[in-house]
Design a protein around this ligand. Structure first.
Ligand code: M6R
Length: 606
């Protein structure tokens, strides 16, 4: 979504802020802007399109006090007027803003009745006007009082011409991180953009406001009572946020998976007892035994990981599991009975729908386990327990390594649950051995890249695909289809294979190939029959199957064999093959891979 970057210190903050925007560019944007205070003047620049356009406009401007923004349009079209910063009428106050002001229409009408002229279609513009009307010389107070009038979620950074060495930042249900260094302070909506300058950070919590000056940072709650907050350390390295020798972040992240899966499991095995000991999980065995039902909430790729986890928790642990898309769930009136244990899955930990669903469930008394990749994220802070993926920063908008790490971590949790309930030690140890083999098996899938690239090139001209699977391969098919949709812009329909004959099979012809996810052994024969039905209608079939699968060569057009594992872990290996397929189709079609059109990495608005 939108990205914020700010600098206050002794250096030229313009260059630092532009560099900062480049580091959050991967999150998606359509326009960008910047405001700076130089020699008592508030200067601002905005432009639609690439950051280079803004850089060109800004020229050699130099300032030690800068706020900058990349916008992903929600309220108002992609125009220069709607880009941030937004200003008050006298152009004394500049605001960069991430989030949504839900009551902006009401506020706007009121301000217009009072004679204020609006120049943009954005919801953000109400904020500088409100601050200007409240301002009586106390910048911090004016911002705090204006923020109290807003309904919605936000992170923002604000400058006032009369306070050249001061920046006010605030957050409510949107991420904002303050990076602390010697006599300079950085602000961003993404900690990855700060790590080049400092690892010492403060995450703002809901309703908090911070005043940044050359003397340092003061933090206040929503009532303006000063509070003290501990600084936290960003743990990942600078290298983890670069592309290395890879053409795209997405490809780099696909190839990192042997290591990220290893990291997800590292020091979490308790082999002697055939179980796991997971850091961050403070739940006693008796608490686990009291769980009567799991409820999983998540979006997009994380939802697909949730579906796989649903099968595992029912199959291995025998606990009924409901898996819900957060954006739908948040508008239900959830029935959260005693014994319900909630798992919220989110790579970023900032997805607005998932956070809203979690808050609704928490209010009903349930405990929340977050499965998350980003330390310090809103979800990680609000959950009762967090299992971190340890996958390192995922920069490609299309989620790849986070998905397989989610599956690895969720399988550890399912094993823990199963062992606590009824699974034998030997079965637990066998499961651990299958997990142990995964990094090397994923590497073997990656070694198939040349074969997969060849197949992808052959099929890259098709505009419609089906992705079919059954049982564990059904969510795998959904995930594989999502990858092709988002990075190759190809219409890809993920479907449970057994449902095809209830309607969608009408779409099958020689122009609509099917990618068949075949590695679920329990349903393999059934799937094979479904593929015969596709072939009988002249559909081409590309199969991703486990080594040792029989009867495919005579049925399908292409086969990609991935190493054999248990059905529960097969989604990890098949997904890696599907990621490569999507990547090479996208590349052949010339699509923008790391930052697909219309998409944003973290969806922090509804
Ligand atoms: O950060 P989250 O895991 O909560 O994000 C959820 C989805 O927005 C995300 O998985 C999205 O679907 C990805 N672009 C998929 O590649």
């Amino acid at each position: 979504m939108c990205g914020i970057y700010g600098y206050l210190g002794h250096r030229n903050g313009v260059k630092i802020a532009l560099d900062g925007l480049k580091r959050i560019e991967y999150r998606g944007y359509d326009s960008a802007g910047l405001a700076a205070i130089t020699e008592g003047k508030l200067e601002y620049f905005k432009e639609v399109g690439k950051l280079s356009e803004l850089e060109r406009l800004v020229g050699d401007l130099s300032s030690p006090t800068v706020i900058a923004h990349t916008r992903w349009a929600t309220h108002g079209r992609v125009t220069r007027e709607n880009a941030h910063p937004q200003l008050d009428e006298s152009k004394n106050i500049a605001v960069v803003f991430n989030g949504i002001i839900e009551n902006y229409q009401l506020l706007k009408e009121k301000l217009q009745q009072e004679g204020v002229t609006f120049v943009s279609e954005t919801d953000t513009e109400v904020l500088p006007h409100l601050i200007a009307r409240i301002y009586d010389g106390d910048f911090l107070k004016a911002v705090q009082q204006a923020l109290l009038l807003l309904h919605g979620s936000y992170a923002c950074a604000i400058l006032h011409r009369d306070h050249p060495n001061e920046m006010i930042v605030a957050a409510h249900s949107c991420p904002l991180v303050i990076g602390m260094a010697a006599q300079e302070t950085f602000v961003s909506s993404d900690p990855n953009a700060l790590v080049h300058h400092t690892r010492e950070v403060i995450y703002l919590s809901d309703g908090e406001v911070a005043k940044i000056t050359l003397e340092g940072v003061e933090i206040f709650d929503a009532t303006l009572a000063q509070i003290s907050k501990e600084t936290e350390q960003i743990l990942h390295s600078v290298e983890e946020t670069t592309k290395g020798n890879f053409e795209h972040y997405t490809l780099k992240e696909i190839f990192e998976q042997p290591q990220t899966i290893r990291n997800a499991m590292l020091s979490r095995f308790f082999e002697e007892y055939g179980t796991v000991a997971i850091d961050g999980l403070h739940i006693s065995a008796s608490d686990l035994l009291s769980i009567k039902r799991f409820l999983i909430v998540s979006c997009g790729t994380s939802f697909h990981a949730g579906l796989v986890a649903g099968y595992m928790l029912e199959d291995l642990a025998g606990v009924p599991t409901q898996v819900e898309i957060s954006s739908e769930f948040r508008y239900k009136n959830p029935i959260v009975q005693e014994g319900t244990f909630v798992i919220a899955i989110s790579q970023s930990g900032e997805t607005a729908d998932t956070i809203a669903a979690v808050r609704e469930i928490k209010a009903k008394g349930a405990k929340i386990l977050a499965v998350c990749n980003v330390q310090g994220s809103t979800l990680a802070r609000e959950a009762d327990n967090t299992l971190f993926l340890r996958a390192g920063p995922e920069i490609g908008v299309c989620s790849t390594k986070a998905f397989t790490s989610q599956l690895a971590v969720l399988s550890l949790f399912a094993l823990l649950m199963a062992r606590t309930k009824h699974m034998s030690k030997l079965e637990g140890q066998n499961f651990l051995h299958s997990l142990q083999k995964l990094p090397e098996q994923v590497q073997r899938v990656l070694d198939l890249a040349p074969q997969i690239e060849k197949i992808a090139k052959k099929y890259s001209r098709y505009d419609h695909f089906f992705f079919l699977g059954r049982r564990y391969m059904y969510p795998t098919a959904l995930e594989a289809a999502l990858k092709l949709k988002e990075i190759a812009y190809v219409n890809a329909n993920g479907y449970p294979a057994g449902e095809m004959k209830h309607g969608p099979i009408a779409l099958i012809d020689e122009e609509c190939p099917t990618v068949a996810l075949c590695a679920d052994k329990v349903t393999f024969d059934k799937l094979l029959s479904n593929l015969m039905e596709v072939k009988a209608r002249h559909g081409k079939v590309i199969a991703i199957a486990h080594e040792g699968a029989k009867g495919l060569e005579n049925t399908v057009d292409e086969v990609i064999y991935v190493p054999d594992t248990t059905d529960e872990l097969a989604p990890i290996l098949s997904t890696v093959a599907a990621q490569l397929f999507a990547y090479y189709v996208a590349k052949e079609r010339g699509a923008e891979i790391d930052r697909p059109r219309n998409l944003a990495k973290s969806v922090t608005v509804e």
